[in-house]
Write a protein that binds this ligand. Structure first.
Ligand code: ZN
Length: 292
């Protein structure tokens, strides 16, 4: 398990009495999420949830952008240490698609599910670009504060040949028609449009983001901590009763079909033919190095 003192891509801070702040701290990579960052977020979430002195958790990010999505650079080992895992699936060394399936399920689906079900209120404070996998890091939060220059996009369908990110909350977050346009086109959604869709709670100037998120956290923290947990559990249960988890499982299966189609047609889990030439070359080079 990642120790809280050993975090390198995430910071864990006490923002104020009763308020923890988990900060994505990889701005040079626009906070791209790889395996290490995933387990570091998880360690920080665990620390905040196990500390009875913490009532509300803020999830924020250093730099210009909240998150550019999953780290596709292949620069780190895909497998987290076995002891850290949520899932008991195994199959790391298996043939065919199983190792990738296991990782996608663990790192991008079940981890998000666990964070979404964290008992304490989580407030995401987002700025700049929030792209694809970056959306899932925001969607696991209960409340979202965005800067006026924040913008949102899922380009997995339009650019990568897979039907949306693994934690498929698009129709829940945007409504059915907006979600379809969002995924069909891969277009940007502005902070104001996200506010209108109900995906974010407030839009504020960038300079006020941290203060606004903290003030909101402190306002929430005035409610009794145990009552807050019960409210969150009740609203999450209502969403689950509407079929959230089953719909996400179906979308995850479709996501895997998309990856397999790309493997058969392009030899990669994504449609590399749609990527810019330099990105495609880098991926092909990294894959050859990994195979050697
Ligand atoms: Zn995937």
């Amino acid at each position: 398990m990642v120790a809280i003192g050993e975090l390198t891509q995430v910071r864990y801070e006490q923002a104020a009495p009763g308020i923890a702040r988990i900060v994505l701290a990889r701005p040079e990579k626009r906070n791209a999420q790889g395996t290490r960052m995933t387990y570091e977020i998880d360690a920080a979430m665990r620390a905040a949830c196990e500390d009875d002195g913490i009532v509300v958790i803020i999830l924020a990010a250093d730099g210009d952008d909240f998150s550019a999505g999953h780290d596709l650079s292949l620069s780190e080992s895909p497998a987290g240490a076995a002891g850290e895992r949520v899932s008991l699936w195994g199959g790391d060394g298996g043939p065919g698609w199983e190792p990738m399936y296991r990782r996608e399920r663990e790192v991008y689906l079940e981890m998000c599910e666990r964070w979404r079900n964290a008992p304490k209120p989580v407030i995401a404070a987002v700025q700049g670009n929030v792209i694809s996998g970056g959306l899932t890091l925001m969607w696991v939060a209960d409340l979202v504060v965005a800067t006026a220059d924040a913008r949102f996009r899922d380009n997995t369908a339009s650019d990568l040949g897979v039907p949306g990110v693994e934690f498929f909350a698009h129709p829940l977050e945007l409504g059915v028609r907006r979600a379809k346009q969002f995924l069909f086109t891969g277009g940007w959604l502005s902070a104001q449009d996200a506010l209108a869709a109900g995906m974010v709670n407030a839009v504020v100037p960038r300079a006020e983001l941290a203060a606004h998120a903290l003030a909101l956290a402190q306002e929430v923290a005035r409610t009794d901590p145990f009552t807050l947990k019960l409210v969150k559990a009740s609203i999450n249960a209502a969403q689950d009763a509407m079929g959230r988890r089953e719909a996400m499982q179906a979308a995850f299966a479709n996501h895997q079909v998309g990856h397999l189609q790309n493997m058969l047609v392009h030899g990669f889990p994504i449609d590399v033919s749609r990527l810019p030439e330099n990105v495609r070359r880098r991926l092909e080079h990294a894959r050859r190095a990994a195979d050697a």
